[in-house]
Design a binder for this molecule. Sequence first.
Ligand SMILES: Cc1ncc(COP(=O)(O)O)c(C=O)c1O
Length: 297
Amino acid sequence: MLQKSNPKNDNIQVFIKDRLFARSEAKVSVFDSSVQGGDAVWEGLRVYPEGVVCLDKHLTRLQESAKTLMFADIPSKEFIKNAIKQTLDANGMTDDTHIRLTLTRGEKITSGMDPRLNQNGSCLIVLSEWKPLVYDNNQGIKVISTSQRRNSPQFLDSKIHHNNLLNNIIAKIQANVAGKDAGLMLDDRGFVAELNGSNLFMVKNGKVFTPFGHACLPGITRNSVIKMCLKNDIEISEEDITLSQFYNADGVFATGTMGELTPIVEIDGRSISKNNSLQIKIIELFKTEVRNLCEKI
Ligand SMILES: Cc1ncc(COP(=O)(O)O)c(C=O)c1O
């Protein structure tokens, strides 16, 4: 699945640091730490007429990731919300919109890794685009397991939502080469961690399972699905799960802000049904739930 450019985004306004720029003028310095070392944190947000899905939780994760990376000046939630509002208003966006929110450590005084070279303050980027959900959630997607392992906390903690995405990009390249939609990543022990850009769930014998959060991004959609299942008396647990268990599941789905809930119809050439009644129920429940999770800004 290859996303296409949308001409509606040709003339969008982008917020950088403290003001809006036309898309053609929206640039960061070659001295910016995101260019120098992927030294930035990010969030993907989705906009509906009811507001931004789980906005506060996304901003908390952004700020916590920046704190872990010891950013010197982390903007307040009020500042970020204001920047998002300005950007959405300038573009007339109230629905069908994806926001890539990035906070870089900012511009350096000279090239180099050392964060002490960042003496110009952090740089917030609000890039909002007209964008439908990335996957066809009726059709489902096919995935392949990759040789690239997802980071466990002993290397680079997957709980940090940082811009150093090469771990996941290599997995995605392997999926592309195999002609599949996404790369399934195992953890350092060989258990399933997540897809390269979304979390994984499986349904088996009327129960829902998802991998523990130690080697995946603890996704906000993942958390919303766990809570929604508990609220609706659907049995759910976090476990170490092997590829073989996923191959033989009654249903498998991915979760993420960009695609919401997406059935997985094939893993490593093994077909998986997307017609499991419990999985269909969860996907239907979430279509309503996602609107309840929106926050007005
Ligand atoms: C590696 C990875 N896993 C999972 C997710 C899904 O997280 P969320 O539900 O918070 O969008 C993302 C989204 O950025 C991601 O990059």
